[in-house]
Design a protein around this ligand. Structure first.
Ligand SMILES: [Zn+2]
Length: 275
């Protein structure tokens, strides 16, 4: 191998493990299909809501896949799971509308809150695989399963993180769930690039500046009325003004910042085995 060839080889290795210089920034994509998997109706907002707003603004086709209906998280002793699921669905539609995602693009898988880990796993991964093969995303966003550090101690988050990456793997090999090709014409599909939200700080490797849409993200957050005091204690469809002001302040305070800007951190990865 000549010195020039060796340098070329080194360059290929470096490029294979970093963001290619010619690849557009996530927030600059246009006319692409973006699929966001989220355990609950709100995680995609806290983790990637600003990025979703920017992607919608740039005329991408953004779909949000919701594993669960979030029908447990209320302290109100008069609440029922059926009613809470309806409330959470309406709140999610309102929040995503603020970010520019039409409600037709919300895909509800319909699992009960807290029950994802106890769902039949072959069925769960088959369903997620079918969604990937049908929508064929240019970019996939999901809750981070971790590259080296698995972090989830909350059942639905753990399961959604691992199930989605398992479905990414299954989607590209047609012999996983061959009935999808034979009966539904859903051919195999390789997801080109993934951005994982809720990454650990030591694993985040990509930051999207959301200054331009931070107000939209906060406004979308306020649509999740039933998740926050006072409505989480005793349901009411509106806000106490003082609680609303406190919540908005909290969202701005807790939003990660980098170099003086509001950012959303991600772990970017290009293959299901995390390289
Ligand atoms: Zn959640």
């Amino acid at each position: 191998m000549t010195r020039k060839m060796a340098l070329g080889f080194l360059l290929v290795v470096v490029l294979a493990t970093s963001v290619p210089a010619e690849e557009p920034r996530l927030e600059d994509l246009r006319d692409k299909t973006v699929v966001v998997f989220t355990p609950h109706p709100d995680d995609e907002l806290w983790g990637a809501g600003g990025t979703i707003a920017l992607l919608n603004r740039n005329h991408n086709r953004v779909y949000v896949v919701l594993y669960t209906n979030d029908d447990k998280g209320s302290y109100d002793l008069e609440m029922t799971s059926q009613r809470l699921a309806r409330i959470r669905k309406a709140e999610e539609e309102a929040a995503e509308a603020v970010l520019g995602t039409p409600k037709e693009n919300l895909i509800w898988m319909g699992y009960d809150d807290g029950a994802l880990e106890y769902a039949p796993q072959p069925k769960l991964v088959e369903e997620a695989t079918a969604i990937i093969r049908r929508l064929r995303p240019d970019v996939l966003l999901s809750i981070d399963p971790g590259e080296w550090y698995e972090r989830w101690h909350k059942t639905d988050h753990r399961m959604a993180a691992f199930n989605t990456i398992d479905a990414v793997r299954a989607a590209e090999f047609w012999l996983y769930f061959p009935n999808q090709l034979l009966q539904r014409d859903l051919g195999p599909y390789q997801v080109p690039v993934m951005y994982f939200f809720y990454s650990t700080p030591q694993e985040a490797n990509y930051w999207v500046n959301i200054d331009a849409v931070m107000d939209l993200k906060v406004l979308a957050g306020t649509k999740h009325v039933s998740q926050v005091e006072p409505a989480i204690n005793k349901y009411r469809p509106d806000w106490d003004p003082a609680a609303l002001a406190r919540f908005k302040e909290l969202l701005k305070r807790e939003q990660p910042k980098k170099d003086g800007h509001y950012v959303e951190p991600f772990r970017r990865a290009t293959e299901f085995n995390q390289r």
